[in-house]
Design a protein. Structure first.
Length: 539
């Protein structure tokens, strides 16, 4: 009797201690993330992809002009609109990093608070490569997509009550970036399946049928609008030449992206970014199995170790999720959608491939909060349940790998400039050269320095002055060095002034140029800068 009287208070005390420990952990982990992510983002020198969006937003006259200038980007407008609003308050591009930092920290807070993982798993995830570096230090529209995905998972535990919130999140996800757009469609379809299979959800929604119909219509309309905006116009150079025919080598390259996203171990060298340890420069396609080349491009591509491992990982994860139909459906749709996009539209880079890892995390999150029947019966269900422990071990191993790569990327960020654009701008200002006309080639690289200088640059590609680059038919993609020099000399004649020539490759001291400085310590391989002075020959 005495024990029963004491059991209640003891249980309550234990719950309070666990709750206190959980709150303490969240505060501690968030502080660690704030410090490390802040050290990364505020030592990060922005490169062209970051600066381009800022310059486009800042240089657009009104929202109509913004949408016109976005026509060749292949991205939805949410990040552009946010930066458009920010650029009306400041001309300093580094405030974009402050905004992105706030998004990354908020995303970390949502994950720590709501993700159904252990404390150590949540901490290692947040300090992993993608959350601490790729989607935090580099200010792109992928970070806001990740935040919205986590918000969706946090709210989808109670579908019948949160359908308004879920609808708004899905619309904003679709407007974030192409991968968030694909994942939003997959979450919407999974949500529809989950709702159709739940009697309690159907009953709750039947009481709010008009509101539910409005939400469904709004989501479909929002996704359709986003798709139209992303679709490049006919005169655009971006993502041209979609792959609509069969290519075995393209299939191999597409399949390998799963490995890149799940196991992003780089080559441990100076310019490691976007590399993978299984695809070294001196051996771009390692071959483990001795198939002869006469077997065709498909076998050649799929025998590569990164492709074999990609298929093995996908099959393992699919089988392990079969005990929960909703999680299985989402994972299958999301992976298929992203692979199809990479094959047909744009192969992408590591920042894109990281969404495979995010999809794995979301799938397990949904599995743990959504009760759902299994995909199959009998042996398939038992097999899926038997893979739970091995999958747990795999996730822990991946989290450790991502943590190690995240620390490596952070140290490299602190040690080397990501892009030399900021250093070039500082050199030009401190040398008193900012009053001279600047000719920059290639244009999208030169725009990085132009953004830090907050001034227009002459771009030989389009034979005009500008800030952001419009990748339409009027722009010439490549020029020879002789033509670049000729156009720079014409600029000197027109302006009756010496001209700074800004290149991302070395031309030495030929052709009458005077070398000023070179900046080549960067992580992003083609954002080195070579500065030359072209003297005005007139009187």
């Amino acid at each position: 009797m005495l024990w029963h009287k004491a059991a209640g208070p003891i249980r309550n005390l234990r719950n309070r201690i666990e709750l206190l420990n959980e709150k303490t952990f969240i505060v501690f982990a968030l502080l660690v993330y704030i410090l490390l992510a802040g050290a990364n983002i505020f030592t990060h020198e922005m490169w062209r992809d970051e600066m381009h969006v800022w310059l486009t937003a800042k240089g657009s006259a009104g929202l109509v002009g913004l949408f016109q200038n976005m026509k060749c980007q292949g991205h939805p407008p949410l990040w552009y609109i946010m930066l458009y609003a920010l650029s009306r308050l400041t001309r300093n591009p580094e405030w974009m990093q402050v905004l992105h930092y706030a998004i990354a920290v908020t995303s970390a807070g949502v994950f720590l608070k709501f993700a159904p993982f252990s404390c150590l798993q949540r901490l290692f995830f947040l300090l992993g490569y993608f959350p601490i570096y790729e989607y935090a230090a580099i200010s792109r529209n992928y970070g806001i997509g990740i935040l919205l995905m986590f918000c969706f998972c946090a709210a989808c535990g109670n579908i019948s009550r949160n359908f308004w919130i879920l609808s708004i999140i899905l619309i904003l996800m679709g407007l974030s970036n192409p991968y968030a757009f694909i994942i939003a469609i997959c979450l919407f379809l999974t949500l529809a399946f989950k709702s159709a299979g739940g009697a309690d959800i159907r009953a709750a929604w039947s009481r709010h049928k008009p509101a539910v119909l409005v939400c469904i219509t709004a989501v479909l309309l929002g996704l359709a609008i986003s798709g139209v905006i992303m679709f490049p116009k006919s005169d655009c150079q971006y993502a041209e030449g979609w792959q609509t025919s069969y290519s075995g080598l393209r299939i191999g390259k597409t399949v390998s992206t799963v490995w890149h996203g799940l196991v992003p171990i780089p080559e441990f060298k100076h310019r490691y970014w976007n590399s993978n340890i299984l695809e070294k420069d001196d051996m771009p396609l390692l071959s483990l199995l001795p198939f002869p080349e006469s077997w065709g491009s498909t076998v050649i591509a799929l025998r590569e170790p990164q492709n074999i491992l990609s298929v093995v990982l996908l099959l393992f994860l699919l089988l392990s999720l079969m005990k929960n139909r909703a999680a299985f459906i989402f994972f299958s749709l999301a992976v298929a959608g992203m692979l199809a996009f990479q094959y047909v539209v744009y192969a992408g880079f590591l920042r894109h491939f990281g969404h495979f890892f995010i999809v794995v995390i979301i799938s397990i999150w949904l599995e743990r909060i959504w009760n759902s029947g299994s995909v199959g019966r009998g042996i398939l269900t038992r097999l899926s349940e038997a893979l739970t422990r091995p999958r747990q071990a795999l996730i822990i191993a991946l989290l450790v790998v991502h943590f190690g790569v995240g620390i490596f990327a952070s140290v490299m960020e602190w040690r080397y400039p990501f892009s030399e654009g900021k250093q070039v701008a500082r050199f030009i200002k401190e040398s008193g050269l900012n009053g001279l006309p600047i000719a920059g080639y290639i244009d999208y690289v030169a725009s990085t320095a132009g953004g830090y200088l907050d001034r227009q640059i002459y771009y030989p590609n389009s034979d005009s002055f500008g800030t952001f680059v419009l990748f339409d038919g009027s722009r010439r993609q490549t020029l020879g060095t002789d033509e670049v020099l000729t156009k720079a000399r014409q600029l000197a004649e027109n302006k009756k002034s010496d001209v700074i020539l800004m290149l991302n490759y070395d031309i030495g001291e030929e052709n009458g140029t005077i070398p000023l400085a070179q900046f080549t310590d960067n992580l992003q391989h083609d954002e080195s800068f070579y500065l030359y002075l072209l003297k005005y020959q007139g009187q």
